[in-house]
Design a protein. Sequence first.
Length: 561
Amino acid sequence: MSSITFNFGKNEAQVKAACIDIEQNKIIERIWKKDYTVWSSNPSEISNRLGWLDSPFQMKDSIAEINDFAAEVRKEGFRNVLLLGMGGSSLAPEVFSRIFGTADNSLNLYVLDSTHPDYINEYVEKFASEKTLYIVSTKSGGTIETISFLKFFFTLIAKKEGSESAGRFFAAITDPGSGLEDYAKKLNFRKIFLNNPDIGGRFSAVSMFGLVPAALIGADIEKLLTEAYKIINESKDKIDFNSPAKTGVMTGILAALGNDKLTFIISKQINSFGVWVEQLIAESTGKIGKGILPVEGERILVPDEYKKDKVFVYVKLKGENEYDKEAASLEERGFPVIRIVLDSKYELCAEFFRWEFATAVMGYFLGVQPFDQPDVESAKILARETIKAYKAEGKLPELKPALIENGMEIVTDLSGKGFEEIVNSFFAKYLDKEKGYVSIQAYLLNDDKTASLLQELRNAIQNKYKVSTTIGVGPRFLHSTGQLHKGDGGNGLFIQLISKNKSDFDIPEEPLSENSSFTFGVLVSAQSLGDRQALLNGNRKVLRISSADIKETIIKLTGMF
């Protein structure tokens, strides 16, 4: 079983006082009783969002059904599965795939969670001659990206296999009574998995949304659940022995006191866990002017280069010791550090639950309701309005650039004689070097070369300004960290990087329809424009850079820091 240790740094008195608070107010007991008053006087989007507490035990009854389905599709010769989803519906499957790989005679799992046409084109070409299972995954059953994927790929497969046979290539994971369930029945999907509707998307890792994809790649889901049961039992103990609650106490109270940058250091074999925990914490805590910024994948600096606004979490697989010295150095310099050691990869579901429970406790200390996402909805509304305008006028809104230079368009409220002057002015005027952070929002095809360039840009910004940095690939981050960007205390700077797509595809009005009113290129543009406007409406500062050669632009930008 995993082990956990806490180094409070100079904050031991505050954490101990918070532990007393938890016990006196019976917070653990009340969470397990699903008492919404832990977070709010209003039960809305709380009372019907606490099913994650029971989900690991409920899923025990579904193990045979899930394994039978995996065996059935393997027997029929499927070797690939493309999961179509966003946010909480896609991130846990992606983590399972990256950490476990594919067992012998199991399916290779791929995740499509971007509306960028160049991403979609990659999978159209990749699976042109492959027998692929498509899993459409969305809690609400109405997420515009996921339903657009459904309409597009079902129409594509129907042209290849025939409309009567196309449903055999599709399965759905959704809530009972959703729009996706209706589509799946109408189109004769081979399987519909109905999840507990009382589980929010980002809390759904240990449910159908995570475990069906895990079984398809050959992971032993019974073993995964067994490890989760152990930490669930711990979560009901008193705070002295309760690692999930204590994790939430330490991170929550320190964030409330100003240590609101939660930096994850994760060993190589399990480092993809960071993208899941990032979305869980960001979307749950970043609202009403408060928030904890989870930072994953950032280069580790020497302790003297860090601001005092940080708490570190070091998660490693037993036997992986590459960051032990860095963690020890941070502790020696008085930084709060949580160390978690997993005995095996099969403790992944236990870690999912640990951080779900911890996030619920963080919400208590921050005074926020962890289960809604009001600012995600604001960006969606603006994107829909942009698409509506496109349908009426036949074109997207045009932003007035501050500068056009060498194929780049820069949009900001500042002016300057050149690209470098504008960028330098943006950072000089708007970056809070004590409390601030920089978020790179990449609306582009994030292939290996581009990902490496983005990381170099991030490193350069971190090295110059010594502030926390994050990278989000658009539009996937809109369903995770996008909530925090617009809902937190407003200390972020946002760099939107927009690439010109090389391909594009019509989105059918309905599956099998030849009619279309807009394309994926229009959709992703509307999403970036909508998010930009939502950020501006919240008094955030945004630097938008569009380029025909985005890689060269990133290189140029990196060289300035």
